[in-house]
Design a protein around this ligand. Structure first.
Ligand code: ADP
Length: 527
């Protein structure tokens, strides 16, 4: 990489003064990154490292003792151990990560998603250490990290909100009065919420007190902050989010939407772009609202504005994720853009290389998340070793993963094995490609969400585009997967039994294991 393009020194004080003088926009950093540290693990660490390498940037991986042999460690030019396996002692230790950057001479940190990616203190400490943070300004993370602050900021920019309270509430009788005004059903949400925690649906006045107490106690134990607020509960909701990109010169564009309504436990499992139900007009309106939400907090870099869409096609702002999302590849496939490269260029101070009118949707992309989870057992994590692991291949198939055959899925971290993204000319073709690729994906040793994802791809409601976030509740029964195991393919069962070292797994529930192993072999064999 070349020399620094600009001689503005990275001074923490000048950055703060700039924030003070020009609102939320901090000092522009016109400097080329020479060495990048990725403060993450697994597929996203690899994803970021690859783009950095392509840009000629030197790369540094950090790892916990559990990840000594992980692929991201092998892939990076240098690596540094930051502590024991629990993330609280390694990937969440801000000072260790900054020390690792200093020790290796890195000049920038990319946080990936999860871990420290939405921690404004970390972002500020990175800047204060004279390093570039590949992400938004800390102030934007702070505003959007609190659901109430986020809603109030967005409201000032005329972004539509779900009807509800604009202040945190603790007083139960007062809250009950407001719930009545909003009209049941209502949703009680934790201000500091995330991951669907601290959220309670209340259908009737009589249930209110009990649910409110539960929401407060859940929020207190999960986030150390018991403040909650009330929203109208949108029935038949679709979760539609917009990818935005902003530079440090005030330009913000959106890269269209992602449909993320297929969820289990309020968490996404299948995403697609574009959504099958947005009209071009609605896409323009929602895109503009997303850009305004980003403006409302002085945003730059990549971010995602989440909306909920009701059955009458009214949309409401939910929250903004101030980082790269797990599902960003579907957007990359339909726009042909490398979001990580753009994130790096934005952090370096470059202008966005395109305007909104330059951007177009090309075809359709679907991502299925391959988790080591058992869909037949309420999607509980199923930790183990990948005895067989063969990725599907072919035109328009992208697999972002962090594993090889024989590697173990650690119970210390998220049980996602891979993301498989299929891109084709139309939604129908993308669905067909996804089914073919699922059938080609061979995984044994753990249960996975692959069979469940095929069930969704084949389901008439998904195919017709008429579905909402309750799809799993309404249409999925574990028996649909088990039945594949019960139609007796003796040869297959024998092969499965021979190939799976049962001794390594718990001996309890062997019968279930036999049938699920059969089902797995049927699901994943090459057709
Ligand atoms: P979290 O930050 O905990 O993930 P979100 O606000 O993003 O919480 O909501 C997660 C999911 O919960 C959404 O994708 C949607 O399915 C559902 N949800 C959130 N708010 C509402 C609402 N007002 N009405 C109906 N469903 C909602």
């Amino acid at each position: 990489m070349g020399m620094s393009m600009n001689s503005i020194p990275p001074s923490p004080n000048s950055a703060r003064i700039m924030i003070y003088c020009v609102g939320l926009r901090p000092l522009m950093n016109h400097r080329k990154i020479k060495k990048l540290l990725v403060a993450n693990r697994g597929e996203i660490a690899l994803r970021v490292l690859r783009s950095a390498k392509e840009m000629g940037i030197q790369t540094v991986a950090v790892y916990s003792e559990a990840d000594r042999h992980a692929l991201h460690v092998r892939f990076a030019d240098e690596s540094i151990c930051i502590g024991p396996p629990p993330s609280a002692e390694s990937y969440l230790r801000r000072e260790k990560i900054i020390a690792a950057a200093k020790a290796t001479g890195a000049d920038a940190i990319h946080p990936g998603y999860g871990f420290l990616s939405e921690n404004e203190d970390f972002a500020q400490e990175v800047i204060d250490a004279g390093l570039l943070f590949i992400g938004p300004p800390p102030e934007a993370i702070r505003i959007m990290g609190n659901k109430i602050a986020a809603k109030n900021a967005a409201a000032k920019f005329k972004v539509p909100l779900v009807p509800g309270t604009s202040e945190p509430i603790t007083d139960i009788p007062e809250a009950k009065k407001l719930a009545k005004q909003i009209g049941y059903p209502v949703l009680i949400k934790a201000s500091a919420g995330g991951g669907g925690k601290g959220m309670r649906v209340v259908n009737r006045d009589e249930e209110f007190e009990e649910q409110m107490e539960r929401a407060v106690s859940e929020a207190t134990s999960a986030f150390g902050d018991g403040s909650v607020f009330i929203e109208k509960y949108v029935t038949q909701p679709r979760h539609i989010e917009f990818q935005i990109l902003g530079d440090q010169h005030g330009n913000i564009v959106h890269l269209f939407e992602r449909e993320c309504s297929i969820q289990r436990r309020h968490q996404k499992v299948i995403e697609e772009a574009p959504s099958s139900i947005l009209t071009p007009e609605l896409r323009t309106q929602m895109g503009e609202a997303a850009v305004n939400a980003a403006r409302s907090c002085g945003y730059f870099n990549a971010g995602t504005v989440e909306f909920i869409l009701d059955e009458k096609m009214n949309f409401y702002f939910l929250e903004m994720n101030t980082r790269l999302q797990v599902e960003h590849p579907v957007t990359e496939q339909i726009t042909g853009l490398d979001l990580v490269r753009l994130q790096i260029q934005i952090a370096e101070g470059e202008k966005l290389p395109f305007a909104q009118t330059d951007l177009h949707i090309n075809g359709h992309a679907i991502e299925v998340r391959v988790y080591a989870e058992d869909p037949a057992n309420n999607f509980l994590p199923d930790i183990g070793t990948l005895k067989t692991y063969r990725r599907p291949q072919g035109h328009g198939i992208r697999v972002d993963d962090g594993f090889e055959e024989g590697m173990a899925i650690s119970f210390f971290y998220d049980p996602m094995i891979a993301k498989m993204i299929c891109h084709a000319g139309s939604r129908e073709a993308a669905i067909e490609k996804t089914i073919r690729a699922i059938n080609d994906y061979q995984i044994t040793g753990v249960e996975t969400t692959l069979g469940f994802c095929r069930f969704v791809m084949e389901h008439p409601a998904f195919r017709s585009g008429k579905f909402d976030t309750k799809f799993v509740e309404q249409h999925f029964k574990p028996e649909f997967l088990k039945s594949a195991a019960n139609d007796g393919d003796q040869e297959l069962v024998a092969a499965a039994l021979a190939a799976t070292a049962f001794a390594e797994r718990t001996t309890a529930g062997t019968l279930n294991e036999v049938s699920s192993t059969r089902s797995k072999w049927k699901q994943n064999r090459i057709k």
